[in-house]
Write a protein that binds this ligand. Structure first.
Ligand SMILES: C[S@@+](CC[C@H](N)C(=O)[O-])C[C@H]1O[C@@H](n2cnc3c(N)ncnc32)[C@H](O)[C@@H]1O
Length: 276
């Protein structure tokens, strides 16, 4: 079988231009408005607190919209991703808005070698990051190795219950668990032409290999890597239209299940700290 990284990278590389041009990523708003922040980072802001002057890395930073937003909040940002075209977009955006961000090309599991160990006060990641990784324990080890003593992990991510639901959503509105909730050795293999932003672009690399990781597995991985859990919140909204036809746009880039949203944990925010 082809390496999952090659398959997934081809899929991501293919979608970069469409994402950079889409209203969802709102790239032009960063240049139009010097105080503009991505809606994802705006949601996180109260929980992030003051990040000014922190050495921070955004793992799986994609086209850098959240990375640049964190830089606008005063953090000294590094963005890491395995997609060269995504990083190129990130560099272009950072240069256009005049913020200093270092963008580094690497597979997630190669991040400690690519970036150096114990370098960061803050590791930020999420919103469609963990599903590309086969081994949550190795991910947590990577995060822990990047953090200085006292440094923090901040992740807001799609909830594993949401990832496990039938896709496309059922017409009767019932939420049905169809896919693995727990991490599996074998990936879920998808072959889908579109992407999660509005676009007319036609893509050629449509196969992806993805994994789910249960909340208990994520928390256990973070603890096993030597971090202390400081916060775990589940949210009733998600920053993309995760169940098309069944979600309401509630503003601020967030979507919520229209019918009885209290049934579904949509996303979660987990924070952890490397002990001093
Ligand atoms: C949905 S984006 C997440 C970033 C951010 N939430 C956003 O939407 O801008 C997922 C990113 O993960 C990257 N990625 C996927 N697998 C990776 C891997 N094994 N190593 C490094 N980056 C990876 C992709 O290139 C993509 O840019």
């Amino acid at each position: 079988m082809e390496d999952y990284r090659d398959v997934n990278r081809a899929n991501w590389d293919d979608r970069v231009a469409a994402h950079a041009a889409s209203p969802d990523y709102a790239v032009s708003r960063f240049t139009d408005d010097p105080s503009f922040l991505s809606e994802v980072v705006s949601f996180d802001r109260a929980r992030l607190g003051d990040i000014a002057r922190l050495d921070a890395v955004h793992l799986q930073c994609h086209i850098g919209t959240d990375t640049v937003s964190l830089a606008r909040l005063g953090a000294k940002m590094t963005g890491l991703d395995f997609s060269a075209p995504a990083l190129e977009q990130g560099r272009r955006l950072a240069e256009a808005v005049g913020v200093d961000v270092e963008f580094v090309e690497s597979d997630l599991y190669g991040a400690p070698d690519a970036l150096g160990r114990e370098r960061f006060d803050l590791v930020y990641t999420g919103i469609g990051a963990l599903c590309w990784l086969p081994d949550i324990r190795r991910w947590a080890e990577v995060v822990a190795s990047l953090l200085r003593p006292g440094g923090r992990l901040f992740i807001r991510e799609g909830h594993p219950v949401l990832w496990s639901l039938s896709d496309p959503p059922r017409e009767d509105g019932l939420l049905v668990i169809e896919y693995p909730y727990f991490e599996q050795a074998e990936p879920m293999v998808w072959d889908e032409g579109g992407t999660y932003v509005e676009t007319d672009q036609v893509f050629t690399h449509n196969v992806t290999h993805e994994w789910n990781h249960g909340i208990g597995e994520i928390v256990s991985a973070v603890l096993a890597a030597g971090l202390e859990l400081t916060a775990l919140e589940e949210h009733d909204s998600v920053p993309w239209d995760a169940l098309p036809g069944q979600m309401t746009d509630i503003g601020g880039g967030e979507f919520r299940l229209t019918d009885r949203p209290e049934r579904l944990p949509h996303t979660y925010t987990l924070q952890a700290r490397r002990p001093l």
